[in-house]
Design a protein around this ligand. Structure first.
Ligand SMILES: [Zn+2]
Length: 121
């Protein structure tokens, strides 16, 4: 399947078959098909925050036309706020999957992850 489809279906960036999530907020540690470890290192998903910010910003940008058209501030603030809360699981999941695919595209791991070298030897 194509990369866009595998992102939409929230699949592994390497084999595009293994699922990334097993619950609303929980990820598998690694791909059940090819064994790719999803979180390469501590803090790996900080990069996903940028995708999440962009997603939230772009999907709620209608607040500006509402403000300019004189809509009540209750709606200008309240509607995007409620929307951000409702779409939080989607933003969480897709920002991580998009980050995984972007990172894998530009810096793919070899088939078998290298054993950790800690300098002892
Ligand atoms: Zn995989």
């Amino acid at each position: 399947m194509g990369e866009i489809v595998s992102v939409l279906k929230q699949r592994c960036p390497r084999c595009r078959e293994g699922k990334v999530f097993h619950g609303l907020w929980s990820m598998y540690e690694k791909c059940s098909v090819c064994g790719l470890v999803y979180q390469r290192e501590y803090g790996y998903f900080y990069g996903a925050m940028y995708a999440s910010y962009a997603f939230g910003f772009l999907t709620t940008f209608y607040w500006l036309p509402m403000l300019l058209l004189g809509v009540s501030p209750i709606w200008v603030i309240g509607l995007p706020t409620v929307q951000l809360i409702v779409q939080a699981p989607l933003a969480f999941r897709y920002s991580r999957v998009i980050w995984l695919h972007i990172d894998h595209r530009f810096d793919p791991l070899p088939q078998e992850p290298a054993s950790s070298t800690n300098g002892a030897g």
